[in-house]
Design a protein. Structure first.
Length: 149
């Protein structure tokens, strides 16, 4: 008998709860060093958010990546007035985009959400929600304030 995939539907979003590619494992391989720069769960979540943003930018066509990086850094500056590490953030994003392209060029899943969950004082778990449906993801982004024109 063929094993059925488990799926869950939330609104218009279909979530495959038994995927062949475990995005949490890929993100761990791709960005654990970056995420571990955080000293606590809140900081690790911030680094995870940056890594996921870079992942999604890396999935864009090459000619759109620079503009996406520029817009992301501008939004970072707007959200964090007075913080003078925007150049460092831009540098980290560029490195993470290149790393994703080198490590997982064939994986085109887009990250919808990712969460760091503490397991113990020194360990944490990453949970990732992703989609293969780029159109659905674009619609979600259009509704988000960061990407409104």
């Amino acid at each position: 008998m063929k094993k059925m995939k488990k799926r869950r539907k939330i609104g218009n979003l279909v979530i495959n709860t038994s995927p062949k590619i475990r995005m949490s494992e890929l993100i761990e391989k791709y960005a654990s060093d970056y995420i571990n720069m955080g000293d606590n769960t809140e900081e690790r979540q911030s680094f995870l958010n940056g890594a996921c943003t870079a992942w999604n930018i890396a999935n864009l066509p090459a000619h759109l990546r620079e503009e996406a990086l520029r817009r992301t850094v501008e939004e970072y500056k707007r959200i964090n007035p007075g913080i003078d590490d925007a150049d460092d953030f831009a540098h980290d994003l560029k490195i993470l985009v290149e790393k994703k392209l080198q490590m997982f060029p064939e994986v085109k899943k887009l990250i919808v959400n990712a969460v760091v969950e503490p397991v113990s004082k020194m360990k944490y778990r990453i949970t990732v929600a992703s989609t293969d449906n780029a159109e659905q993801f674009k619609q979600m982004l259009r509704k988000a304030p960061i990407w409104r024109e």
